[in-house]
Write a protein that binds this ligand. Structure first.
Ligand SMILES: Nc1nc2c(c(=O)[nH]1)N[C@H]1C(S)=C(S)[C@@H](COP(=O)(O)OP(=O)(O)OC[C@H]3O[C@@H](n4cnc5c(=O)[nH]c(N)nc54)[C@H](O)[C@@H]3O)O[C@H]1N2
Ligand SMILES: Nc1nc2c(c(=O)[nH]1)N[C@H]1C(S)=C(S)[C@@H](COP(=O)(O)OP(=O)(O)OC[C@H]3O[C@@H](n4cnc5c(=O)[nH]c(N)nc54)[C@H](O)[C@@H]3O)O[C@H]1N2
Ligand SMILES: [Mo]
Length: 563
C-alpha cells in the first residue's frame, strides 16, 4: 500500500461490524484499544482472532484461528484462495485500485484448504467461516502486531495480510482498514523522523539528490547518500571488529535484543559505548559514558501516536541535576563537531524545522496542535486539518499492489533435543526491558517474576507441578524460572514474557532476521524444559553468571511483593 502506519483511527473500532485481531494481544499491550474492542464486541461487532495462544480476546471471539506458530502465510494464502474460489472478492476495488490481483489469484491456488489445515493446524470449516465473515463485512477493522512482524518472514507476512485486505477492498473507509498497532508511545514519531537506517525524515530517500540538498540546507552538513545499518548488523560488524563506537538513546539491547550473550559480547568489543538513560540498565552497565536523560515529563516536544496523531508533550517538572532533552545533547555534540546547523533555541524551533522538511507534517505548528488536540498526518496544504483515514481515493504509489508470497517455516523448529516452540510475549503490568516498571512495588505485586507459561498436558508429561522450578535451555542460552500451567498456550508451545532482566527470555531467542527489515525472529525458537529439584529456588541470570545481583525492587518493597 506504500505506507507503514495505521490506515485508520482508534475511534474507527466503534464503526466496524467485523474486527480482526491478528497476532497482537491488545488487552495486554494496548489496553485503551483493547477496551474499545471489548465495547464494540458488546455492541454486536463480530470478533475474529488469529493467534496461537488463547488470549483474553480469543476467549471472547466469534472465531479464533489458533494456528501453529509461524504459519501466518499459509493461513493467509489459504483464506485469499477461498475468497477467490467462492467469488467473494471485491472485483470493483481490485480493478480500479489494485495491481497484480491475477498473479496472486493464481499463486494462492497452491494453498487449498486441506493443505492449509495440515500446515496451520486450523480446521477447514473455521478457515472458511473466517473467509466468509471477513469478506462480507460492511466495515472490517483489522489490527496486527508482533505476531506478524517478529519472524524471518515478517515482511512477507505483512504482504500476505495486505493481499487479504485488498482482495476484499477493506481499506480506505471509516471503520475499515489495516492497522499495525505501533509499540512505544512515540515509535511512529521516531520512524517519521528518519530513525530507520534507510530513510531521512518523512520517509524521504537519501538516494534522491533533491532530498539530500534540502537536508543539507537545513542541517548545514553533508548528508550520507547510503543507507545506515540495522542494530543487528551493528552487532555482527562489532564482533568482526569493523564497528567501534555506538551511542544509544533509551534502549536496553542486552535485555531486549535476541541472543543476549552475543549482544553483550558485541557491545563489550566496541571501543566506545555511550548510553543516554534515565535509570541504570543492563546495557548502561557496559557503557564507557552514561549521559543522564530528562524523562518525558521533564522536557518539551511532541509524540506521534499509533493513529498518526502528533501531540504536544508539555514539560511538567524541571529535570534533576544535569539531565537534559536528547535534542540538546545532539545539538551540543553537533556544535563540537563544528556543524553550523542545529542552531535551535527551543524545542519549538526543532518542531518548526520538522514541518519545513517533512511533507506530511508541513501544516502543523505548536499552536495548531494545541488548538486541535493533536493533528493526524498527512497534514498538508490539501488536508490542513489532517487525516483520520488513509488511502480514501488513492494509494501513495497510485494503485496498491498485491504480491505473491510463499510460506516458509521459522528458522528454528522443535526437534528431539529442543522439543518446544518458545514464543515471547508482553504482560499488562510491565513495560519493555522493565527498567521503569520493575521499580514500582504495585506493578511488581501484580507480576513479580518472569514465569514460563505451559499447557497443563505438557506439564504432566514432563512430570512437573504448577509453579515447579525449571531450567529453560536453547542452543544459545539457559535460564531458570517457575512454570505456570495455563490453557493460554497449546501443547507444544511455551511462552515467556520479555520484561525480566533476571529471567531474560532473550537468553534463549534466535537472532535470525527478516532479510528486508532486519527484524529478528523473537516469536519462535526451539527450547527444552528441564525440571529442577522440587525445593530449589530458580536462580536469577546474574547469579548463574556469578555477577552481583540486586533484586528489581528494594528489600522493603520485596517483602511486600513476594507471595
Ligand atoms: N503492558 C505493555 N504494553 C506494551 C508493551 C509492553 O512492554 N508492556 N510494549 C509495547 C511495544 S514496544 C509493542 S511493539 C507492542 C506489541 O504489542 P503486541 O503485538 O500485542 O505484543 P506481543 O505480546 O509481543 O505479541 C502479540 C501476539 O502475537 C502472537 N503470536 C505469536 N506467534 C504468532 C504467529 O505465528 N501468528 C500470529 N497470528 N500470532 C502470533 C502471540 O501469541 C501474542 O499474543 O506493545 C506495546 N505495549
Ligand atoms: N524476546 C523479545 N524481545 C523483544 C520483543 C519481544 O516481543 N520479545 N519486542 C521487541 C520490541 S517490539 C521492542 S520495541 C523492544 C523494546 O526494547 P527497548 O527499547 O530496549 O526497551 P524499553 O523498555 O521500551 O525502553 C528502553 C529504555 O528507555 C528508557 N527511557 C524511557 N524514556 C526515556 C527518555 O525520554 N529518554 C531516554 N534517553 N531514555 C528513556 C527507559 O529507562 C528504558 O531503560 O524490545 C524488543 N525485544
Ligand atoms: Mo515494539
Amino acid at each position: 500500500m506504500g505506507s507503514g502506519a495505521m490506515t485508520n483511527s482508534i475511534v474507527d473500532i466503534s464503526k466496524a461490524d467485523v474486527i480482526v485481531i491478528f497476532g497482537c494481544d491488545p488487552t495486554e499491550s494496548h489496553s485503551i484499544i483493547g477496551s474499545e474492542i471489548m465495547k464494540a464486541k458488546e455492541k454486536g461487532a463480530l470478533l475474529l482472532v488469529v493467534d496461537p495462544r488463547r488470549t483474553r480476546l480469543a476467549k471472547m471471539a466469534d472465531v479464533h484461528l489458533q494456528l501453529r506458530v509461524g504459519t501466518n502465510i499459509a493461513l493467509l494464502n489459504g483464506l485469499v484462495n477461498t475468497i477467490f474460489e467462492n467469488g467473494w472478492e471485491n472485483k470493483k476495488f481490485l480493478e480500479e485500485r489494485c495491481e497484480h490481483a491475477d498473479r496472486v489469484r493464481k499463486h494462492v491456488k497452491d494453498y487449498p484448504l486441506d493443505k492449509v489445515a495440515d500446515i496451520t493446524g486450523v480446521p477447514m470449516d473455521q478457515l472458511k467461516q473466517f473467509a466468509r465473515i471477513y469478506s462480507k463485512a460492511r466495515a472490517a477493522f483489522l489490527a496486527y502486531g508482533m505476531g506478524v512482524t517478529q519472524f524471518v518472514s515478517g515482511t512477507n507476512n505483512v504482504l500476505a495480510l495486505s493481499n487479504l485486505v485488498l482482495s476484499c477492498g477493506h481499506v480506505g473507509r471509516p471503520g475499515t482498514g489495516m492497522n499495525p498497532l505501533r509499540g512505544q508511545n512515540n515509535v511512529q514519531g521516531a520512524c517519521d523522523m528518519g530513525c530507520l537506517p534507510g530513510d531521512l525524515p518523512g520517509y524521504q530517500s537519501p538516494n534522491d539528490p533533491n532530498v539530500r540538498a534540502k537536508f543539507e540546507r537545513a542541517w548545514g552538513t553533508p548528508v550520507a547518500d547510503q543507507p545506515g545499518i540495522t542494530s543487528m548488523n551493528m552487532n555482527e560488524l562489532a564482533l568482526e571488529g569493523k564497528f567501534n563506537a555506538l551511542m544509544i538513546f533509551g534502549e536496553d539491547p542486552v535485555v531486549t535484543d535476541p541472543d543476549q550473550n552475543r549482544v553483550a559480547r558485541a557491545l563489550r568489543s566496541m571501543d566506545c559505548l555511550v548510553v543516554v538513560e534515565m535509570v541504570m540498565t543492563e546495557t548502561a552497565k557496559l557503557a564507557d559514558v552514561i549521559l543522564p536523560a530528562a524523562s518525558f515529563a521533564e522536557k518539551g516536544g511532541t509524540f506521534t501516536n499509533c493513529e498518526r496523531r502528533v501531540q504536544r508533550v508539555n514539560q511538567a517538572v524541571n529535570p534533576p541535576g544535569e539531565c537534559m532533552g536528547e535534542w540538546q545533547m545532539l545539538q551540543a555534540l553537533a556544535k563540537r563537531f563544528g556543524t553550523p546547523g542545529f542552531d535551535w533555541e527551543t524545542h519549538e524551533d526543532v518542531f518548526n524545522e520538522i514541518t519545513e522538511v517533512t511533507p506530511n507534517y508541513s501544516q502543523m505548528s505548536y499552536q495548531r496542535l494545541d488548538e486541535a488536540n493533536g493533528l493526524q498526518w498527512p497534514c498538508t496544504s490539501h488536508h490542513p486539518d489532517g487525516n483520520s483515514v488513509l488511502h480514501k481515493r488513492s494509494f501513495p504509489l497510485g494503485k496498491a499492489r498485491l504480491m505473491p508470497v510463499h510460506y516458509l517455516p521459522p528458522e528454528e523448529n522443535p526437534d528431539d533435543d529442543y522439543p518446544f516452540y518458545l514464543t515471547t510475549i508482553r504482560l499488562h503490568f510491565h513495560y519493555g526491558c522493565g527498567s521503569m516498571t520493575r521499580k514500582s512495588p504495585i506493578l511488581e505485586r501484580e507480576s513479580p517474576e518472569g514465569l514460563l507459561f505451559m499447557n497443563p498436558r505438557d506439564g504432566a508429561n514432563q512430570g512437573l507441578f504448577n509453579f515447579a522450578p525449571v531450567g529453560v535451555r536453547s542452543r544459545r542460552g539457559y535460564l531458570e524460572t517457575r512454570v505456570q500451567f495455563t490453557d493460554q498456550v497449546p501443547p507444544g508451545l511455551v511462552s515467556l514474557p520479555y520484561h525480566f532482566s533476571d529471567t531474560p527470555s532473550n537468553q534463549l531467542t534466535n537472532d535470525a532476521q527478516d532479510p528486508t527489515t532486519g527484524m529478528p525472529e523473537l516469536k519462535a525458537c526451539a527450547v527444552r524444559v528441564e525440571p529442577l529439584a522440587r525445593d530449589m529456588r530458580p536462580r536469577p541470570i546474574q547469579i548463574l553468571r556469578n555477577e552481583n545481583y540486586e533484586p528489581a525492587v528494594e528489600e522493603a518493597g520485596a517483602d511486600y511483593v513476594r507471595i
